[in-house]
Design a protein around this ligand. Structure first.
Ligand code: DX5
Ligand code: ZN
Length: 211
């Protein structure tokens, strides 16, 4: 199972987004894009017009923290390799929304907040390409890692040995190691990478911790 590192641009300087991405691109596997609507989460970030302006060869891993994601998926799909939606925003329509993402030619991911039980997404585990387990409550960068998610990672790895499991929130050298040991293989890091004045060393230390 391939281990991947995906810096979150939420902690980058949006005024020079392409330069910021270029500063890490050679050393990472994907670029994580946090889309927030001020409804599902108490923060607003970017929409498809900004994602469209991103110039990189790396796959874009688009994390939709928005209500009614189905309304906007098409707009993000053209620029994304994978689109992840939150169970909490779809609930009964989850399977339908996952299918819709795939119909747009993207890989599909499903995410749950730290307090949401894993059982809520059992019905789509065979349909999704990735599960994103939030290790903070979504909305902001630089929050503290919630350790109680670790058993959830471990159990998910147990029931889905080949599934990509991504973790997002409070990921640093120490917490990434714990997540790796629990079974995660994709690591999103925002402030740990873009907040560092030694970005390449930060990435290297993450790689070391998870390999
Ligand atoms: C949180 C976002 C994360 C965030 C992570 O709602 O989904 O991707 O950018 O930031 P750090 O790594 O600083 O916790
Ligand atoms: Zn994210």
């Amino acid at each position: 199972m391939k281990v991947k590192i995906a810096p979150s641009v939420l902690s980058a300087d949006f005024g020079k987004l392409n330069e910021e991405i270029a500063s890490v691109a050679k050393h990472v596997d994907m670029i994580h894009i946090d889309v927030m609507d001020g409804h599902f989460v108490p923060n607003i970030t970017i929409g498809p017009v900004v994602v469209k302006s991103i110039k990189t060869r790396l796959p874009l891993d688009t994390h939709l923290m928005i209500e009614h994601p189905q309304k906007y998926i098409k707009n993000f799909a053209a620029y994304s390799k994978i689109i992840t939606i939150h169970y909490e925003t779809c609930r009964r329509d989850l399977k339908k929304v996952v299918r819709y993402i795939k119909k747009q030619g993207c890989k599909a991911g499903v995410s749950i907040n730290p307090a949401t039980p894993l059982s809520k997404i059992y019905s789509v585990l065979r349909d999704v390409d990735m599960v994103l387990l939030m290790t903070v409550n979504p909305g902001f960068a630089s929050q503290a890692f919630i350790k109680s998610v670790l058993p959830k990672i471990k159990y998910l790895r147990h029931i889905a040995p080949k599934l990509d499991i991504e973790v997002d929130g409070g990921v640093n050298q120490k917490t990434a190691k714990m997540c790796r040991e629990a079974g995660a293989n994709i690591f999103v890091a925002g402030s740990y990478i873009f907040g560092s004045n030694k970005r390449l060393s930060a990435i290297k230390s993450l790689r070391r911790a998870v390999s």
